[in-house]
Design a protein around this ligand. Structure first.
Ligand SMILES: Cc1cc2nc3c(=O)[nH]c(=O)nc-3n(C[C@H](O)[C@H](O)[C@H](O)COP(=O)(O)OP(=O)(O)OC[C@H]3O[C@@H](n4cnc5c(N)ncnc54)[C@H](O)[C@@H]3O)c2cc1C
Length: 382
C-alpha cells in the first residue's frame, strides 16, 4: 500500500462513504440509461471533487496528483463513468491554465471552477486525426482582437454539457506540432455547435460528442500559452492525466476483484465454495498481485510529481497508464470468469467493469502509443 497522509486518507474515506451511499445504488441504472443524474455533478462539486487541483489561493481545495488519483480510484471501484467527473475535470483545463495561463486568465477562470459548478472538456481528436494528433485540420485565423475558428472535433467527453472547452487548432502553416495553439472556448459562443452523441461499449452516462466550429469567434485573451506553441506546452502538462487513468484502472479492477472474491466465497459447486478450487484460487491470487503492482506504479508516479520531480514524468505516466489499463482488462475479464454464467449477466457489476475497463487502453493515447513513448525513453530517442 503506498504511503498516504492522514488528510489524503480522510479524503479517501469520505469519498468511499459518499460512493457507497450515493453511487453504488444507481451505478447499474447509470449504465443502462446512459445518464448520470445532475445531482451527482452537484454532489461532486460540493465535495471539491470536480475542482480538486484548483489551488487554495483561487478558492479551490488545493489538491495534487495523488489526491486526484485517489479520488478517481475510489469512485471507479463502483462507477468508472462517475469517476471521470473527478478525473478529467480536475486536470484537463485547470493544469494548462495553472502552468501556462496568464495571471488574468487564472483570476478570471480558476475561482469560477473552484465553485464546483463548472464542467470542462478538452478537444483534440478529429475524425482523421487521432493518434496522429499533429495532423489536425481545425484552424483558427486572427481577425482583429479575436480568432475565428473553423473545424470539427469528435468523441469529446462532456462536449455537449461542458461550460468551457480547451480546443486545439492550427494557427499557422507550420507542419507537425509546431503551429498548433490552444484556446479556452465558451460553449455559449455563436458558432459552437454540438453534433452526434456516440453510443458506446462502456462508460455509459458519459457523453462523447462531435463538435463543430463554424466561424467561432474567440477573444484573443482566451489563447492559453504561446501562439503556435500551445500544443507542445499543454501536452507536457497533460501527461499528468495519464496516471489518473491508471488510477481509474486500479479502481475498476479492485471493484471486479472484490466482487469476484465475494462470489468465490459464497457460490458452491461440488459441495465447496468455488474459490476453494485451485483453478480459481490462483486466478484470484494473480488478480490481487496485478492490482497491487499497478497501484504501486500509479502512486509512485504521482508521488514524484507532487514532490516536484518531473524528470521521469513522461515515461512513468505512460507506464502507469499502460500497465494499469492492461491489468484492468485482464482482471475484469477474469472476474467475469470467476462468476461463470452469472458474470455474463447484467445482474452483477462485473460485465460492466469489463466493458468500462476497455476504454483505458484506448483514450488519452492508445496503449500502442504509450509503448512508443516508453521505448523511445529506453532507447534515448525521446
Ligand atoms: C470514450 C472516448 C472518450 C474520448 N474522449 C476524448 C476527449 O475528451 N477529447 C479528445 O480530444 N479525444 C477523446 N477521445 C479520443 C481518443 O483520445 C482517441 O480515440 C485515441 O487517441 C485514438 O485515436 P483514434 O481513435 O483515432 O485511433 P487511431 O489513431 O485511428 O488508431 C487505430 C489503431 O492504430 C493504432 N496505431 C495508431 N498509430 C500507431 C503507431 N504509430 N504505432 C502503432 N499503432 C498505432 C492505435 O493504437 C489503434 O489501435 C476519446 C475516445 C473515446 C473512445
Amino acid at each position: 500500500m503506498p504511503y498516504f497522509t492522514d488528510t489524503q486518507l480522510a479524503m479517501r474515506d469520505a469519498i468511499r462513504r459518499m460512493v457507497d451511499k450515493e453511487i453504488r445504488p444507481i451505478a447499474a441504472q447509470i449504465d443502462a440509461t446512459d445518464t448520470i443524474p445532475p445531482h451527482i455533478f452537484d454532489l461532486f462539486g460540493d465535495m471539491g471533487l470536480m475542482q480538486l487541483w484548483v489551488p487554495e489561493e483561487y478558492g479551490g481545495p488545493g489538491g495534487d496528483l495523488t489526491s486526484v488519483c485517489m479520488a478517481r480510484e475510489e469512485i471507479s471501484r463502483v462507477s468508472e463513468a462517475c469517476a471521470l467527473i473527478a478525473g478529467q475535470n480536475s486536470i484537463g483545463v485547470i493544469l494548462p491554465l495553472l502552468h501556462f495561463g496568464t495571471e488574468e486568465q487564472k483570476k478570471r477562470f480558476l475561482p469560477l471552477v473552484a465553485k464546483g459548478r463548472t464542467l470542462t472538456a478538452v478537444a483534440m481528436t478529429e475524425p482523421e486525426s487521432g493518434s496522429d494528433v499533429a495532423s489536425m485540420k481545425t484552424r483558427a485565423k486572427k481577425d482583429g482582437a479575436s480568432w475565428v475558428m473553423n473545424g470539427q472535433k469528435c468523441y469529446i467527453t462532456w462536449g455537449n454539457i461542458a461550460h468551457w472547452v480547451l480546443v486545439f487548432a492550427r494557427t499557422s502553416g507550420e507542419k507537425g506540432f509546431q503551429g498548433i495553439s490552444c484556446f479556452l472556448v465558451d460553449t455559449r459562443s455563436a458558432g459552437f455547435k454540438v453534433g452526434k452523441n456516440e453510443k458506446k461499449l462502456g462508460l455509459n452516462g458519459v457523453p462523447n460528442v462531435t463538435l463543430y466550429f463554424d466561424n467561432l469567434r474567440i477573444p484573443a485573451e482566451n489563447m492559453v500559452g504561446e501562439e503556435g506553441r500551445g500544443f507542445i506546452a499543454c501536452m507536457r502538462i497533460l501527461d499528468m492525466n495519464r496516471p489518473t487513468i491508471g488510477a481509474a484502472s486500479v479502481g475498476v479492477a479492485q471493484g471486479a476483484l472484490d466482487a469476484a472474491l465475494e462470489h468465490a466465497k459464497t457460490r458452491k459447486q461440488f459441495g465447496r465454495p468455488v474459490g476453494h478450487f485451485q483453478g480459481l484460487a490462483w486466478m484470484l491470487a494473480d488478480m490481487a498481485m496485478q492490482v497491487e503492482a499497478a497501484r504501486a506504479l500509479v502512486y509512485e508516479c504521482a508521488r514524484q510529481v507532487d514532490a516536484g520531480d518531473f524528470s521521469r514524468l513522461s515515461e512513468l505516466a505512460s507506464m502507469a497508464k499502460c500497465f494499469a489499463s492492461d491489468m484492468a482488462m485482464k482482471v475484469t475479464t477474469d472476474a467475469v470468469q470467476v462468476f461463470g454464467g452469472a458474470g455474463y449477466m447484467k445482474d452483477y457489476p462485473v460485465e460492466r467493469f469489463m466493458r468500462d475497463a476497455k476504454i483505458n487502453q484506448i483514450f488519452e493515447g492508445t496503449n500502442q502509443i504509450q509503448r512508443i513513448v516508453i521505448s523511445r525513453h529506453l532507447l534515448g530517442l525521446h
